[in-house]
Design a protein around this ligand. Structure first.
Ligand code: HEC
Length: 162
């Protein structure tokens, strides 16, 4: 092997090992952004809880009503955290929530704790009015919610478990 060839081989070996080293390096993994539920997704869950809350209360299942009310309330907390603004909202979302929805939730909480069906029904209608007034305040007034008339959750028992 002449000198030139030996040098060429050395260079090739050097280049190869460089290449290998860079091949072994892990390519930068793109980290996915943390999952944030969309406004509409939180609202869809809110709609479900609104309905389940109604049937739990009307069935006198106060522990279930209390659970659904907590979940509903937490959904509004998430909304304030993850979606503090909405394109057409007259006020920041956390302010709308405080102004419109916390009072009927508190009344519902009192009615549930007192196992008071009449008070529950009244406070539920006030909650529903609150839902609709926030839809109006966010230029979403074409989306009207109301007292549920039939329960689509046929795979769940709403009567109190004994
Ligand atoms: C803070 C204001 C606010 C309150 C309070 C509020 N909503 Fe909404 N809701 C909105 C906005 C804004 C949208 C449209 C979301 C979007 O742009 O995706 C919406 C959308 C919805 C939708 C449509 C979801 C879909 O994708 O089909 C339903 C159903 C709904 N709300 C139910 C309710 C119910 C039930 C309540 C009360 C328990 C309630 N909302 C309370 C602001 C509010």
């Amino acid at each position: 092997m002449n000198r030139l060839n030996r040098r060429t081989i050395l260079i090739i070996v050097a280049l190869c090992s460089l290449g290998l080293a860079s091949c072994n390096r892990q390519p930068a993994q793109p980290t996915p952004p943390p999952y944030t539920p969309g406004f509409g997704e939180i609202m869809t869950l809110t709609q479900m809880r609104h309905l389940k809350l109604w049937f739990a209360g009307q069935s006198g299942n106060w522990p279930l009503a209390s659970y659904e009310l907590d979940e509903l309330n937490e959904g509004f907390d998430d909304l304030a955290t993850f979606h503090p603004t909405h394109k057409d909202a007259q006020l920041p979302i956390p302010q709308l929530i405080e102004k419109i929805i916390r009072a009927p939730i508190k009344q519902l909480d009192e009615a549930v704790n007192a196992k008071d069906l009449e008070g529950f029904t009244k406070a539920f209608d006030q909650l529903t009015e609150g839902c609709n007034s926030c839809h109006q305040a966010t230029k979403f007034g074409f989306n009207v919610v109301t007292r549920p008339t039939a329960n689509p959750y046929t795979n769940q028992i709403f009567q109190p478990a004994h």
